[in-house]
Write a protein that binds this ligand. Sequence first.
Ligand code: DOR
Ligand code: ZN
Length: 373
Amino acid sequence: MTERPGRTSLTIRRPDDWHVHLRDGAMLRAVVGHTARQFGRAIVMPNLRPPITSVVAAAAYRDRIQAALRASSGEPGHGNPAATFTPLMTAYLTETLPAAELELGFREGVFNAAKLYPAGATTNSDAGVRDPAHIGPALETMERIGMPLLIHGEVTDPEVDIFDREAVFIERHLQPLLRRHPGLKVVLEHITTADAAAFVAEGPANLAATITPHHLHINRNALFRSGLRPDFYCLPVAKRERHRLALVAAATSGNPRFFLGTDSAPHGREAKESACGCAGIYNAPFALESYATVFEQENALDRFEAFASENGPRFYGLPLNGGTVSLEPISADDDNPELVVPAMLELDNGTATPSRLVPFHAGEVLGWRLKTT
Ligand code: DOR
Ligand code: ZN
């Protein structure tokens, strides 16, 4: 990073993460503190095993998240993430999930949204939807009650090249879905292509997108730099450089329909380094630092707060957070080893064996550091 003159610390309204995987059990205990330290709220993905397909299951999962956070950070109190973090729960859409269950969960404030996984598209998506046209009644209900639909936008057709799966999904499924449900709030999650960025920018006010830190930083070359790099494998997979540049332009554009969603997706070391390695990048520990680095490179720090803290809640129809977080600039030539993102995290998870996770940006010094309160 080139050094900028007059860099001062940056204070923004407390941000939210509109797309995160917190997992369950030991992994949940290992990772939840990282997200709670950075964000006021997070939209928690429901792709557990079994998936979250009922109000009761979502409420129980929410309780487990809060219990894990209390266990990892002590009792709620001043400066304690457990006191300020709210998990926002989602339903996992299947072809048999009754529309009435969605409506009940939304009205009770348990479900904030429902997630559409094309069956087979990604981690724990087997129970997902084969064709969005099969869940018409659920989508009609969501449209009527104002419940957002969150979409993993990739076709699973093996005939379609993996790098084209997002663009083909837009054409084959998203356009018809928006025509069938013109009033439905839709978030196209973790967009990875110039096609998706343009589609959202040119689309109606009820269509938005989240953008991850990793898709702002890496292109597909990262997967193959000097060898096969499983830590950069995620879905949708990173694309060509021109797509990364389009995502950077969208995120920093000030358009309120793009907002922060990390898609932080922890998989233990063994699951990543395997003959069939899992998709997912663990970026929660340094997510804000990662995004702020991109916004500074684009001279767009004045738009960072809207992307991180305002556009998401406004789209969802939720209040903005109170409170603030501050980031301090790090000099590119600072050689303090504490500023280097660790090569490996060994996280306490309440069992005898810690969770071993490689964080995104391992071995790098980012442009910013989150101040602890
Ligand atoms: O890379 C990913 N990891 N993409 C997804 O869609 C799912 C996620 C996970 O749950 O591991
Ligand atoms: Zn995800």
